[in-house]
Design a protein around this ligand. Structure first.
Ligand SMILES: Nc1nc2c(c(=O)[nH]1)N[C@H]1C(S)=C(S)[C@@H](COP(=O)(O)O)O[C@H]1N2
Ligand SMILES: [Mo]
Length: 288
């Protein structure tokens, strides 16, 4: 294990108001729909609006206990951008979108945080303002690690749109026993970055960073820049010493802007637990 390195402790830093999704609650699907750009132009939106600080607001058909509809917005340039690929989707993986994922129409805003991908779409509003929904104004924003619920001012941080680069180890899972074959273990996972950035490298270590191994890409979307919307699936074989009983495996990705992940969570911690893209670390027992 990574002795003396406090940051190698598993991802627990301080509690957050949110759910622990771990490395899950992420997926990639094939979405079919109509470019929102075409809809907006047909509806009379002028292409020059792209230069204005305008927003496209979306409202879902679901409401909270006070009767307020789910809402979110994106900047107008993203919606009008030809290669922004924002669509009003009616199919997911070639079939009508399943109810839980937004049937019959859902906005897909590639490269952008899930919260803006409004499901069960009921209304589109072109506005000078962002959506006034709780989710746009008072949630899904980043803050300093020292900001707490007594000091937080949500109006001071911008709403999250594009997400930072991230990677995760899906195999082996934390706490499992791994069979060593030919003095090697196999590690697999995904990597992704916001805003259409491509994943250019994934580095994996099984000895706390003394040696890093560059992963192979098993699947990556082949679109031209700047539209690398899908996740990258990777795998790597890492040599392990036959005397080693326990290892901690770390993964980090690098995107096409050469942005990479921070090593630990403490210094990016925020009260909602969002944007937590530190190295993913799993501890496993080896069976030789
Ligand atoms: N109408 C509506 N759209 C919504 C939401 C919602 O509660 N209502 N949740 C958003 C959030 S926060 C996320 S992360 C994604 C989840 O999409 P999924 O269920 O397809 O994974 O939907 C987004 N769109
Ligand atoms: Mo979300």
């Amino acid at each position: 294990m990574c002795a003396g390195n406090r940051r190698s402790e598993m991802t627990k830093v301080k509690p957050v108001k949110g759910l622990n999704w771990g490395a899950a609650a992420i997926g990639t699907a094939t979405w079919t729909g109509v470019p929102i750009r075409d809809i907006l132009l047909l509806a009379g939106v002028n292409e020059d609006e792209v230069d204005k600080p305008k927003h496209i607001q979306f409202e879902g058909l679901d409401c909270d206990i006070t009767g307020k509809m789910y809402g979110a917005s994106i900047p107008i340039w993203k919606a009008l951008e030809r290669r922004g690929d924002v669509i009003l989707a009616y199919e997911m993986n070639g079939v009508p979108i399943p109810r839980d994922h937004g049937f019959p129409i859902r906005v897909i805003v590639p490269g952008v945080v899930g919260a803006r991908n409004v499901k069960w779409l009921g209304k589109i509003i072109v506005s000078d303002k962002e959506s006034d929904s709780h989710w746009q104004q008072n949630d899904y924003k980043g803050f300093s690690p020292s900001t707490d619920w007594d000091t937080v001012d949500f109006s001071k941080s911008p709403a999250i749109q594009e997400l930072p680069v991230i990677s995760a180890i899906c195999q082996p899972i934390n706490g499992s026993t791994v069979k060593v074959e030919d003095d090697m273990i196999t590690v697999k996972g995904y990597a992704w970055s916001g805003g259409g950035q491509k994943i250019v490298r994934v580095d994996v270590t099984a000895n706390c960073g003394r040696t890093w191994h560059v992963a192979e890409f098993d699947h990556q979307d082949t679109a031209l820049p700047p539209v690398h919307w899908a996740w990258t699936l990777w795998s790597v074989k890492i040599p392990v010493d036959e005397r080693t009983k326990n290892v901690e495996i770390w993964a980090k990705a690098v995107d096409s802007s050469y942005n990479t992940q921070p090593e630990g969570f403490e210094n990016i911690w925020n009260l909602r637990g969002v944007l937590s893209n530190a190295y993913h670390k799993v501890k496993v027992t080896l069976k030789h």
